[in-house]
Design a binder for this molecule. Sequence first.
Ligand code: DP6
Length: 329
Amino acid sequence: MPSALSTPNIALIKYWGNRDEALRLPKADSLSITLDSPRVEATVEPSGAFTIESFDAAGMRQPQSKQSIDRLMNHWRLSREYAHSINAELPSSVSVVIRSGVPQAIGIASSAAVFSCLAEAYAALASRPLTRQEVSIIARLGSGSAARSVLGGFVALKNVKSDAFDGAVAQQIADEKHWLLHDIVIVPSREEKKVGSTEGHAMAATSPLFDARIKAIPNRMEECTDAIRTKDFEKLQRVSEEDALEMHRVMETQSPPLHYLNDETHRLLKEIESLRRNQHIEALYTMDAGPTVHVICTEEARKAIEEFAEAQKGCVIFKTKIGAGSRQL
Ligand code: DP6
């Protein structure tokens, strides 16, 4: 039975807002680091009807909400449609088993890991081998950011001139051996997200700041790409922090407003700023749709950041680093 594994990614230039909600075609390009953990594994098998079973890190069966089953079924339907359009037929239905190693307390980017993993597993059932680009398109149909976890290292999701399935494709900027960066994840709250990204994306354009952000992204993409190629950490820090904070201003001014950052997040950001000022360490922060702070740092800075993270009372810490992306097992 075909199996695959995948991992989350953390964006430096954030994806927020779509030009096509159903196909998850983003309004602007984005750029992320693929992480090497936690892992999600999936096994798939052709079957008479679509079924899904899910297990958590401890091997406990996870009940699926109706919303989650509908999303997975819709993704399978879109995957089949896309596969048909490129002469790579998929079976009429499939049984899926997902084993998620994402600890419940951290819940980082699990949809990116799950949908890239499923894309990889579905690809193994196609009537012909799929290219990495094609696998990444299938991942994107389930979760926009999942398209980036299909490749390793530093990955851009770029819009191309098409409104069809292939309207946005993942592109590797540099592989995981290019620059060893760590992501020390500090989770200040276990509270579940009230509004998920899918609903949030759909309202992004209601923010008065949205258009200006979309216009600013091409320049930032260039700067970020250049910072990665030349390993210029200071530049990487400036452009990615600017972009993350701006995305949250968009979220906070869209209607209805989304306040993902909390007082604890803001406290952590201030402390990270003073830590790097005082100790001259290479560390930057970024936050997705939640209060969790990702501290991206170099190997030289890792010890100091880990010590800082471990000293945060009441926070759950997760240590990960740049990784190779999804693959079939
Ligand atoms: C804030 O990919 O989670 O993490 O397609 O609805 O699953 P869906 O959205 P998702 O959006 C990611 C938003 C983000 C920024 C990013 O990862 O680029």
